[in-house]
Design a protein around this ligand. Structure first.
Ligand code: CMP
Length: 140
């Protein structure tokens, strides 16, 4: 099956608060991703609950929703061959303690929750998450 060429990222509230938008976008561009759509916004409780609905039964769900609504984020659709897999390599492990050198989370994440960036985990979710944030008018 051919791999998709788009993924959805969020620069999370910790990284926005710490003035790391520029540094993270630089790493993303230098790794060969192009920005197809981008916005600075703040998720409501309802939006964050919907975005993370797949984690509803997890013990960290309420904390996660509360963290993700605690401040503004940057959402973007990124474009590159094999985007989902390559972006997950670039961001590194969910827990920054396990993230490899040179990954975004190794450089910028504070903890498993305040982990700087999100990346879609499959081509299907990349489409769903891209549609969650962006209308057709907002994409190139
Ligand atoms: P992300 O992969 O963007 O989407 C799910 C998020 O849940 C994950 O990033 C983490 O930030 C967050 N999270 C918080 N606690 C945990 C945990 N114990 N295990 C996995 N994910 C967690």
């Amino acid at each position: 099956m051919s791999k998709g060429n788009k993924t959805l990222t969020m620069i999370k509230p910790d990284a926005v608060e710490n003035n790391n938008i520029g540094g993270i976008l630089k790493m993303i561009n230098e790794a060969g991703f192009r920005i197809n759509a981008m916005k600075y916004t703040r998720l409501t409780q309802a939006q964050a609950s919907q975005f993370y609905a797949v984690h509803k039964e997890r013990p960290f769900y309420n904390d996660l929703v509360s963290f993700m609504t605690s401040g503004p984020i940057v959402a973007a659709i990124l474009e590159k061959d094999n985007a989902v897999e390559d972006f997950r390599k670039l961001i590194g492990a969910t827990n920054p303690a396990n993230a490899e050198a040179g990954t975004i989370r190794k450089v910028y994440a504070e903890s498993i929750e305040r982990n700087a960036v999100h990346g879609s985990d499959s081509d299907d979710n990349a489409r769903i998450e891209g549609d969650f944030f962006f209308s057709s008018l907002e994409r190139s």
